[in-house]
Design a protein around this ligand. Structure first.
Ligand code: NAP
Length: 494
């Protein structure tokens, strides 16, 4: 292809969470102006807008769980709570003047690529149509709540909601509440509600490994030091990064280190939980690290509450008034809260995305989601994904991975700008080779040691996690190699 006069492509970004806001800022800073952000809700924030349950907070330190290019020196505590994170994101939108680019209440229904024009056309559920040369998805991996289809669920007459759609109008005080699930969300909200309710039935399918959370407030002096000495703020951030990154060693090479932490978790349970039956059941029977390791200082004390019943019998049915377990026991509940996670392996679903020749991304991914560097998919030119397949982490801040993707995508669009009107499509052989290397890296990993987790898809393949160090991902995505792509002009042959 011949180079022509440079022209920066137009861009549609789907989602205004950390991924969408971050890539929009980076594109603006790089001189891109024709940017449209489509947001299904009426507010920015993604998962931090949706998860407003009591006690919602981040389990990654805030200095690292924020953009490197937009430091916030006055985090109120080490691990920021949801309102502070949401406010930070809104601050970013204001500071970088993104509001005029965002179209709210535009849930994307489908996007299709037209190879005659090399344009993406996006249709939204509310009837909107948007076109641009480049489509960037930033819809996150955890945005579709999963509610198991228990027999009789529809017959339940009480109040029912998912942790990511918290019903703040419902007063839990004095109520008999059933909580289903004991993952990252439950361990945050159960301690926050347990003292309000009259009874809490906690339905646990598998226990979680839980370690103490080294959280505390920052003093005014610390905050002003971060403010006045930005170097110290950056150094502090780097120290957190290095500390977290060393955990990758434990996950990938020196699994024995994890035994120390599992002993610590068991000791915590023994210290805080008095009832021997509860104490036995609250400790997992699977490999430490197989699913996300959780941190909390109030989980075990909450489990210890006499009016909290830890139920490990499987749920067989839900009826009008409560939950029935396989042992035939019926427990009444005024409210059922589902803390049952998200439909994570159905990447980008229910969006319908049609690439070159009308092929559907859902069909292409029927055997499991895969993408070159977690960002591009062969047959879907000019489509870039933020937080795509195999880019999730368990040991460090996902923001670091997102920023690697921002840099890669901006460099790809800069390459595209040199060939106005062109489409770039990742070479299939490069994508296949890349995905093989990632899957090889995941072989024999801790995540594949027999527990259930959202990291594994229906085929038993880990399509969520990145298998190594985050700096090796950053190196792999440092800038686009145009040799990995085929550039084509619009197909005007017929
Ligand atoms: P989750 O970790 O996937 O946990 C879901 C829970 O529901 C598990 O205990 C699971 O049991 C249970 N469950 C699912 N289906 C069930 C069924 N049919 N019957 C009984 N129990 C069932 O979901 P989550 O707690 O919402 O967290 C999801 C992810 O969100 C986390 O992994 C994390 O990445 C993110 N998150 C992050 C933070 C943060 O601080 N950064 C906070 C909250 C969430 P099994 O374990 O047996 O499958």
């Amino acid at each position: 292809m011949k180079r022509r006069h440079q022209q920066k492509p137009s861009v549609i970004i789907i989602g205004t969470g950390f991924g969408g806001i971050g890539i929009a800022i980076q594109l603006k800073l790089a001189g891109y102006s024709d940017i449209v952000l489509l947001e299904k809700a009426s507010r920015v924030g993604g998962t931090w807008r949706d998860n407003t349950y009591p006690g919602a907070a981040c389990d990654v330190q805030s200095h690292l769980y924020s953009y490197s290019f937009e430091p916030k020196h006055d985090w109120s505590r080490k691990f920021g709570a949801q309102p502070e994170i949401q406010a930070y994101m809104e601050h970013c939108v204001n500071k970088y003047e993104l509001a005029s680019h965002i179209h709210f209440n535009q849930a994307v229904a489908e996007a299709s690529f037209n190879s005659k024009t090399n344009q993406w056309t996006v249709k939204t559920e509310s009837g909107g149509t948007f076109s641009a040369q480049v489509l960037i998805t930033a819809t996150g991996q955890l945005n579709r709540p999963a509610i198991p289809d228990f027999p009789g669920l529809k017959s339940y007459k009480g109040t029912l909601f998912h942790s990511a759609r918290w019903d703040h109008d419902y007063d839990l005080a004095g109520k008999r509440v059933a909580v289903i699930g004991t993952g990252a969300s439950a361990i945050q909200f159960v301690p926050a509600i347990v003292t309000k309710v009259s009874r809490l039935d906690l339905y646990q399918r598998s226990a979680a490994w839980v370690l103490p959370k080294p959280d505390r407030k920052f003093s005014g002096t610390e905050q002003s030091l971060f403010q006045k000495m930005p170097f110290w703020d950056r150094l502090y951030r780097s120290m957190i990064y290095i500390k977290n990154e060393t955990r990758a060693l434990a996950f990938t090479r020196f699994n024995k280190i994890l035994d120390y932490f599992s002993q610590q978790a068991i000791k915590e349970a023994q210290t805080h939980v008095a009832d021997p039956e509860k104490r036995k059941n609250i400790v997992p029977d699977y490999q430490f690290g197989c699913k996300r390791i959780l941190i909390s200082n109030d989980w075990y004390p909450a489990i210890n509450q006499p009016h909290l019943d830890l139920i490990t019998d499987r749920i067989s049915e839900i009826d009008e008034t409560g939950v029935i377990t396989e042992d035939g026991k019926h427990r009444e509940a005024d409210a059922i809260i589902f803390a049952t996670g998200f439909r994570a392996s159905e990447f980008l679903s229910p969006l319908k995305i049609y690439g070159r020749d009308g092929s559907s991304l859902n069909d292409v991914w029927a055997g499991g989601a895969k993408a070159f560097k977690g960002i591009t998919v062969s047959g879907f030119p000019n489509l870039f994904m933020i937080y795509g397949p195999n880019t999730n982490l368990v040991h460090n801040s996902i923001l670091y991975m997102l920023e690697s993707q921002f840099r890669y995508v901006v460099s790809a669009l800069d390459a595209l700008a040199k060939y106005p009107g062109a489409a770039m499509d990742v070479r299939e052989d490069r994508q296949t080779r890349y995905c093989q290397v990632v899957q090889k890296g995941l072989e024999g990993s801790l995540w594949d040691t027999g527990c259930t987790s959202w990291y594994m898809n229906a085929q038993g393949q880990n399509t969520a996690n990145w298998p190594g160090f985050t700096f090796s991902y950053r190196f792999a995505t440092r800038s686009v190699d145009t040799a990995d792509y085929i550039f084509t002009d619009p197909d005007v042959s017929n």
